[in-house]
Design a protein around this ligand. Structure first.
Ligand code: PLP
Length: 435
């Protein structure tokens, strides 16, 4: 598969996976998208329930990456990535949770991060140290740190907004040391993202120092997120859905990487009736879908803090995937946004009615299905984080005691190692080039 820029004006020819991963950003701060999205044969959907997560992921990964990786590598990368299960749970008769949080850092970011960590060394075959640079609003930092921890020849730099994330989230990457370098910025996630893009867009620099992006701007982090949409569908069929029936998919959204992967899956043939893009109070995407006006604004802090994004980076990819037509996008994606009070009510309600414990992020997507699913429709929402990861908030809201897994308790007991960073690409570059 080849990749092109999400802004159509550029007269550049499509690039290889290797180029897209090494560059991170396409020219002019735009993002790479698949140039030619492959279709999955319809016949496959009739038999899809017979395949495991790993088999489905391998089939999808091979159609994306098969021609650029050595034989056997796609399989090895998929197996290294998906060393955990992604169960589908029935919460109500018509409504299912796809639990993406059973990986090592308990949020869906593990899928993209682990794929990137397995792919990058095999793809780049660099003799120099590879430097992974990433901005995080919460869960990306932990996932990338865990995926690359102690990988020989890789140094990881994580830029995060100070005092904006949960203790567990921060501890997951500030407790490790070694090749993991946390960098704390005074500001919001959007400031972190902008700082990191300021470095990634300097191709001479990233080439010279082998810097790659660990964010979903990197196609190698974005595309593996398509796997579990197919897997979720397979598990629905296994539980009785008629093969081919279009479903409603609800996605807790911030930077829109997860939703973008879902839209790519639907363009590959996955039967989706509509997507619901669900925001917290940072409802820039929901407003755009309702009005056609895209108006980024500073993010505010919410209960679902990993979705506290005021300027969703993958919007330009979504627009490109819909041919830059608002009406085409609005025909397939509806928006929703929930306040902290609504999120908290939803968490209490799901526990009381269905005995299902939600974390605040997943709660937004569950709520959107409860509010919009029509009779006869089947809804699947992405449960993006484990309640244990946000145990304090979950306990406060629901009164239910949540056990902290041993790995998280251990992370919390370490003294955090971190360094402050200024909001200047030049300062960050000098740090990357001297280490
Ligand atoms: C990152 C994250 C989101 C938002 O995903 P995007 O791909 O940025 O839209 C939602 N929930 C959790 C738990 C996350 O970590």
């Amino acid at each position: 598969m080849r990749y092109c820029s999400s802004t159509p004006s550029t007269a550049e020819s499509p690039v290889s996976l290797r180029r897209a991963v090494a560059d991170g950003l396409a020219p002019g701060r735009s993002l790479y998208i698949p140039f030619d999205i492959p279709r999955i044969p319809t016949a496959l959907f009739n038999n899809i329930a017979g395949f495991t997560l790993q088999e489905i992921a391998y089939m999808v990964a091979d159609t994306f990456f098969g021609n650029e990786l050595a034989g056997g590598d796609v399989k090895r990368i998929v197996d290294e990535t998906l060393s955990f299960d992604i169960p589908l749970r029935r919460v109500r008769p018509d409504l299912y949770a796809l639990e993406l949080f059973h990986g090592p850092t308990m949020a869906f970011k593990d899928v993209g991060a682990r794929f990137l960590a397995a792919l990058t060394p095999r793809l780049l075959r660099s003799r120099d140290t590879i430097k992974v640079l990433v901005a995080t609003a919460g869960d990306t930092g932990g996932a990338i740190a865990n995926a690359f921890y102690r990988h020989p020849g890789v140094e990881v730099y994580i830029v995060y907004p100070m005092h904006k994330m949960s203790r567990v989230q921060t501890a997951q990457f500030t407790s490790l040391g070694g090749n993991i370098h946390p960098l704390a910025l005074t500001g919001t996630f959007d400031d972190c993202q902008s700082l990191v893009k300021g470095v990634i867009e300097d191709r001479d620099f990233t080439e010279r120092y082998s810097v790659v992006s660990g964010n979903s701007i990197n196609v190698a982090r974005l595309l593996p997120q398509t796997f579990y949409y197919f897997h979720g569908y397979a598990r629905l069929v296994e539980q009785g859905l008629q093969p081919g029936t279009p479903i409603v998919v609800s996605v807790p959204s911030g930077n829109l990487g997860n939703l973008t992967a879902g839209v790519i899956a639907s363009k590959m043939g996955l039967p989706v009736k509509r997507f619901v893009a669900v925001n917290n109070s940072n409802d820039v995407t929901a407003r755009y879908l309702a009005t056609g006006q895209f108006e980024p604004r500073p993010a505010v802090k919410t209960l679902a803090s990993s979705m506290d994004v005021g300027s969703p980076g993958n919007m330009q990819r979504l627009q490109a995937l819909y041919g830059h037509s608002y009406s085409a996008m609005a025909a397939e994606i509806v928006g929703a946004g929930y306040t902290d009070d609504e999120i908290a009510d939803t968490m209490r309600q799901a526990l009381a009615e269905s005995d299902y414990l939600l974390d605040p992020h997943s709660a937004t997507a569950y709520r959107a299905l409860c509010d919009t699913l029509a009779p006869g429709e089947t809804g699947m929402f992405l449960a993006t984080a484990s309640p244990a990861k946000f145990h304090q908030r979950v306990e406060q809201v629901t009164g239910r005691k949540v056990e902290l897994p041993p790995a998280l308790t251990a992370a919390l007991s370490h003294r955090p190692l971190t360094q402050r960073i200024e909001r200047s690409p030049e300062v960050l570059k000098s740090l990357l080039s001297h280490d």
